[in-house]
Design a protein around this ligand. Structure first.
Ligand SMILES: Cc1cc2nc3c(=O)[nH]c(=O)nc-3n(C[C@H](O)[C@H](O)[C@H](O)COP(=O)(O)OP(=O)(O)OC[C@H]3O[C@@H](n4cnc5c(N)ncnc54)[C@H](O)[C@@H]3O)c2cc1C
Length: 425
């Protein structure tokens, strides 16, 4: 009999959390962790913050020390890409051509940065998803007085714009949304963020990007400006394209059993097919409490869902592997739906923005600006008469943590509003 194997594909936050949980919950068989990046698992949030600022060196981003990884006894395949999965036989194919027979698979391949076709081959145009991306942008912005145009005024674009201003560069932030992060945080908080960026000297433009201007030929073509559909020309020596991401599911397209529309679709237990689970940015799962599919691109969700997927996979395998030594008796032999209260944060200048619950898709939002000078504010988000999310800027940590309970499950709007008033009193 071939040795028992579980493979985790994607060696970042979600994949690492899954691998650690598999060991903790009793998997003693082979544990293969496949990652197409050459690095051991590292953290992404600091890429647009401490790393870009120059406050941290890359080695500070490692999620685990070498001895902690060693202790997991992994069959670690870094710099290796998974190219296919046959769910019927649970066979994983790698870019080397190797085929791995697995008892279970956890897909944690995250998302990739979207870009603009016109950016191909143009020197000075960047995206920001990987460590290499961040180091290249940092290198590009070395010295002072660069002219940076950030395309996309979502969370990532706003964070990079803030850091670049703090480094002393000229920054223009262009987005289709009228206000920074408005699609996530709504109009009132968007206005507050716009005021902060404006006061810090970022030029804000609402427009679609039409194309780039460049000088030079061939590989030496260097960006010189960004053109927008309203006819504006924004001079630039550096451009960051921060227009969102695409779930990394291309490698799964060969298997008709999988639904890869907007991420890998899973049930409430994070299962995409028998013995196949997904976690992190790539996973779209049915959130039982919110009653709809969610795909959450937040750092904390990656860890929580990695653990949940591992636990549920082992619970499923426990039936078929009863008595097998690969699966040591461990706690929790029952699958549980994954029902997190999503959490995200963003740092821009001195502002700490934190949110619990579901903000996207709200049909109603209401913000209270507690102190306009320090930009202290809270906001409630909801749909269908229920509050589903809450956001805080500049509140003390204890008060922020207290907000989580308000929307842990969707509650009637008025009830949450009352709770918010009490929390601020
Ligand atoms: C610059 C930046 C700043 C961020 N800041 C914040 C923040 O402030 N707060 C917050 O909550 N979240 C933030 N996030 C989001 C957070 O980092 C993600 O939610 C988290 O990294 C998701 O982890 P993951 O493991 O699901 O996916 P990823 O981190 O994307 O990891 C997936 C891994 O799988 C690899 N992979 C893909 N396809 C394959 C394949 N076929 N074979 C093998 N490997 C493959 C990828 O290369 C990657 O290494 C930020 C993200 C970025 C990029």
């Amino acid at each position: 009999m071939s040795p028992r194997r579980i493979a985790v594909v994607g060696a970042s936050a979600a994949g690492l959390a899954a691998a650690e949980a598999l060991r903790r919950f009793g998997w003693t068989g082979t544990l293969t962790l496949v990652g197409d990046e050459p690095h051991p698992p590292y953290d992404r949030p600091p890429l647009s913050k401490q790393l870009l600022q120059g406050a941290w060196q890359p080695d500070k981003l490692h999620l685990r020390a070498a001895d902690q990884l060693d202790a997991l006894g992994l069959d670690l395949r870094l710099g290796t890409r998974a190219t296919g999965l046959d769910t019927a036989t649970r066979t994983l194919t790698l870019d080397s051509g190797e085929r791995l027979a697995c008892d279970g698979v956890i897909v944690a391949t995250g998302v990739a940065a979207r870009t603009l076709p016109e950016a191909a081959g143009l020197d000075g145009v960047h995206t920001l998803r990987t460590l290499e991306d961040a180091l290249a942008l940092k290198e590009r912005l070395s010295g002072t007085g660069h002219r940076l145009v950030v395309i996309g005024n979502g969370v990532l674009g706003c964070e990079a714009a803030a850091v670049a201003r703090e480094l002393g560069h000229e920054v223009a932030l262009v987005g289709r949304e009228a206000l920074p992060m408005a699609r996530t945080v709504g109009t009132q908080i968007g206005e507050l963020l716009a005021a902060e960026h404006h006061e810090r000297g970022v030029r804000l433009h609402t427009a679609a990007v039409d194309g780039f201007e460049a000088d030079g030929d061939g590989p030496a073509r260097r960006v010189t400006a960004v053109r927008t559909a309203d006819g504006t020309r924004l001079p630039a020596d550096t451009v960051l394209v921060a227009i969102g991401s695409e779930p990394a599911v291309g490698w799964l397209h060969g298997d008709p059993a999988l639904d890869t529309t907007d991420g890998l679709r899973c049930d409430a237990y994070c299962a995409a097919a028998p013995g196949v689970y997904a976690a992190g940015d790539v996973a779209r799962w049915q959130h039982p409490v919110h009653g709809r599919d969610l795909r959450v691109e937040h750092r904390m969700n990656a860890t929580e869902q990695g653990m949940a997927a591992a636990r549920n996979l082992l619970a499923e395998l426990a039936e078929s592997l009863e008595g097998d030594e690969a699966l040591a008796p461990a706690a929790g032999r029952e699958r549980r739906p994954f029902t997190p209260v999503p959490y995200f944060w963003s740092d821009q200048y001195g502002l700490k923005i934190q949110a619990y619950g579901v903000l996207g898709g709200a049909d109603r939002s209401e913000a209270t600006v507690v102190d306009p000078d320090s930009r202290k504010a809270v906001a409630l988000y909801g749909r269908d008469g229920r509050a589903t999310g809450v956001l805080a800027i500049g509140l003390p940590p204890r008060q922020v943590r207290g907000l989580r309970a308000l929307i842990a499950t969707p509650v009637p709007w008025e009830e949450a509003r009352e709770g918010l008033r009490n929390a601020l009193a």
